[in-house]
Design a protein around this ligand. Sequence first.
Ligand SMILES: Nc1ncnc2c1ncn2[C@@H]1O[C@H](COP(=O)(O)OP(=O)(O)O)[C@@H](O)[C@H]1O
Ligand SMILES: [Mg+2]
Length: 291
Amino acid sequence: MLHNHFPLEVSHLVKTYALKNGVRVEAVRDVSFYMKPGEVFGLLGPNGAGKTSIISIITTLEKATSGSARVFGEDVDSNPYFTKKQMGVVHQEIVNTGFFTVNEILKFQSGYYGIRNNNERIDYLLEKLGLKDHREKNVKQLSGGMRRRLMIAKALVHSPKVLLLDEPTAGVDVHLRESLWQFVTELKSEGISILLTTHYLEEAEKLCERVGIMNKGKIVFMGSTQEAIAQYSTKKVYIEFNSGEAAVYTETASAGLVEILAHHKIQFTDIKNIKIEEGRLEEAFSKMVNT
Ligand SMILES: Nc1ncnc2c1ncn2[C@@H]1O[C@H](COP(=O)(O)OP(=O)(O)O)[C@@H](O)[C@H]1O
Ligand SMILES: [Mg+2]
């Protein structure tokens, strides 16, 4: 059964919150997407786009107004025991879980999934996430970055096949951010499918082979990261001529060099130096959400 379905498939998801004053917030408006096995899929969008609402529905913290979420073909509401076992989730908000130690928290979490002796897995995760020397500390004694890593370890104790990371690097320093990217790459190579929400476009460009870009509750782009860049961004071509003159041309990211030179009636033999700055996801994203 596991092999015939996508690790995650969300279809026609709608989430409308009703506020106390009767105002309705249409947080998610008919969103559909799927994740392929072993890929890092980026769910991107500015604050308030609806990303966390989608994660909350997938993990059954919130109920969808309509539409469905399926994990390996099983509906999250009809079969939560199965779907939760397949998934690990790191929520955007870090929960401050009182006075238990890192070690205890990971043992409890293993027990929650019915895994009795999980020491090997726990040791592995503590090592990978740089928490080995902090295992006897309680949460209050951890820095923000350590708490974030603990949440990731906690999400992985039961060796899930799907990992949901909601803004895992928000408020995290550059060093930790890079080591988390490294870790995500390692998990991917182990075959885990990863859903990453982020508003760091550099991160998405580095890690995600496909992206769904959201704005105001709707998907405005769905496809490969390279397609997004090629369709919606520009590249810059810097040319230094033998004459000593220089020029910079801004071109669509998909344009080839031969085509660009022909268009500007530039002869190869007149060029002394050429530098190409490829298009970036950040620019494509800005165009799509008009920020
Ligand atoms: N529990 C809630 N009650 C009412 N409105 C909410 C609730 N959670 C989120 N929202 C609203 O839904 C919209 C989408 O929020 P969210 O899913 O958190 O977006 P994102 O994660 O992309 O920043 C926002 O307008 C937000 O204020
Ligand atoms: Mg969010």
